[in-house]
Design a protein around this ligand. Sequence first.
Ligand SMILES: NC(=O)c1ccc[n+]([C@@H]2O[C@H](COP(=O)([O-])OP(=O)(O)OC[C@H]3O[C@@H](n4cnc5c(N)ncnc54)[C@H](O)[C@@H]3O)[C@@H](O)[C@H]2O)c1
Ligand SMILES: O=c1ccn([C@@H]2O[C@H](COP(=O)(O)OP(=O)(O)O[C@H]3O[C@H](CO)[C@@H](O)[C@H](O)[C@H]3O)[C@@H](O)[C@H]2O)c(=O)[nH]1
Length: 450
Amino acid sequence: MDIAVIGTGYVGLVSGTCFADSGNDVTCVDIDEDKVAQLRDGQIPIYEPGLEPIFARSIREGRLRFTTEIQQAVGEADIVFLCLPTPPGGDGQADLSAVMSVAGQIGPLLEGYTVVVNKSTVPVGTGDRLEEAIAEKASSDRFAVVSNPEFLREGAAVEDFMKPERVVVGTDSDRAAETMTTLYEPFVRSGNPIITMDRRSAELTKYAANAMLATKITFMNEIANICERVGGNVDNIRRGIGTDSRIGKRFLFAGIGYGGSCFPKDVQAIHHTAGEHGYDFKIVDAVMSVNNSQKTSIVRKMERYYGTDDFSGKTFGMWGLSFKPETDDIREAPALYIAEELVGRGAKLLAYDPEAIGTFKEATSQVVLDNTTFVHNQQEALDDIDALVICTEWNEFRRPTVDRFQDHMKQPVIFDGRNLYNLERAAKAGITYISVGRPAVGVDEELIEK
Ligand SMILES: NC(=O)c1ccc[n+]([C@@H]2O[C@H](COP(=O)([O-])OP(=O)(O)OC[C@H]3O[C@@H](n4cnc5c(N)ncnc54)[C@H](O)[C@@H]3O)[C@@H](O)[C@H]2O)c1
Ligand SMILES: O=c1ccn([C@@H]2O[C@H](COP(=O)(O)OP(=O)(O)O[C@H]3O[C@H](CO)[C@@H](O)[C@H](O)[C@H]3O)[C@@H](O)[C@H]2O)c(=O)[nH]1
């Protein structure tokens, strides 16, 4: 099939590449001229495991092209995918300006029957607005607007796209549903379903999935906070409840809160949509408030440990800047907030991340930049520091094992926001080890928040 993908961010680039890899002819469009030039040059602007080889192959075999000219891509396309940003507007509402602006351009460009598929995460009813905008310049029998929410995770995006657990297609048009089924058949050979439903439900399914997952994580963060007060271990509780298949083992890891480009904005957006319709979505309100507090909970633990909120004269190592491992994305990364709070209390930082130093530098404040030295490996971030703060669970941080730390640090003190290490090993090695929802090692009980 001939496919146009509008917007070559995370979703557009991964979708376009995977569709091309499965034999379709794909033209990707972006307004960012530098990005398009880079992509034409064969360079991928994001770090995403597994993307590079299929990207290179699809370009080499002539199935994947890039342009800034929307008319070059849309005219001949059987399917046009909208993979455009929907960032939070001022009041938490999704900003639809990119989506609606492109919808306004598409109508006059449609030649044959075209399925316009929205992959961006958008509030319920956006499909109707898209349909109206396109119909202003094209006859309604020439196109159908479909909602096809995307569920890929950054860092596992290719695997998620190639073998989705489900594909959700929202449309009332049999013809459009058939086109979508043909397109996705190669991806669901493993027997996972293509779930067809009405467009509004498909739009809401995306928000429901993200809000449910954010709630699951937040629930465990609250259990961790209770563990710290009553003396329990959230790891044991995770194992104890995760084995119940009704609960499931995944997304039960307590930490320093969820971040990224999706959960924070989508939880906010569904709360806003509910409010607009006169419904107070209380659970997600609580989720947002707990998550905001959880992001900097590690700093409060540091204050209690040092008995002061003045960290002048202290240097902290920081491992991990991206919002999660296997990505260089730092959007809403807890590390951004933690760095700000530590530097605000007078500390200096030695920061390391395998992939995200560049993106972090672009996003953080001048005061953080002025007080942070970025280093090239995990070892250098330990040199002569007062304590190590772990913000992201990159695999390489699991090695060397915890008992090797004291060779490098001024004080063997670790504040771990991702629960990477074994408590007994830390105790045996004489390390002060404070993690999330687990007994603190080498610390008097009264230092733990009551
Ligand atoms: N990132 C994810 O993991 C993920 C997963 C599922 C769904 N989503 C949703 O998918 C949508 C896109 O997310 P993303 O992370 O890929 O966004 P992004 O911000 O990484 O990329 C968006 C791209 O669209 C381009 N663009 C903006 N306006 C344009 C226009 N008028 N014409 C052409 N190109 C334009 C930008 O230059 C950019 O390259 C969002 O709604 C997001 O919520 C994201
Ligand atoms: O047990 C867990 C699992 C995740 N997280 C955090 O949750 C956030 C989001 O993680 P993840 O869901 O893996 O990353 P995303 O790439 O943001 O993917 C989410 O958001 C995408 C955009 O909507 C959806 O497509 C995906 O299905 C959905 O998982 C990160 O900060 C993680 O550190 C935890 O704290 N504990």
